[in-house]
Design a protein around this ligand. Structure first.
Ligand code: F3S
Length: 91
């Protein structure tokens, strides 16, 4: 599965959700998460993110490895997001 990491925190550009064919993005307060059980490893969201926040779980940079579990946990409680919306002002 793919994983949303640190650069998304405080940005939430949401470009990624428009290309996901399996609706696996979930919206948290400060960032998005990917539901790993729904992700089909299509790779399309990676190129959409302007801040390069998305990595395959096998390629997440070492300092951000904890985001793998965070995505899996937060995806269970956050609502799905299907449409683009304005990014957070702090981004
Ligand atoms: Fe976040 Fe990038 Fe998507 S900043 S909301 S992962 S386009």
């Amino acid at each position: 599965a793919y994983v949303v990491t640190q650069p998304c925190d405080g940005c939430k550009y949401t470009d990624c959700v428009t290309v996901c064919p399996c609706d696996c993005f979930r919206e948290g307060d400060r960032m998005l998460y990917i539901e790993p059980e729904d992700c089909i490893d299509c790779d399309q969201c990676v190129a959409e993110c302007p801040v390069e926040a998305i990595f395959h779980e096998d390629q997440v940079p070492e300092p951000w490895r904890h985001y793998i579990r965070l995505n899996a946990e937060m995806a269970k409680t956050c609502p799905p997001i299907f449409e683009r919306k304005p990014p957070l002002s702090g981004g």
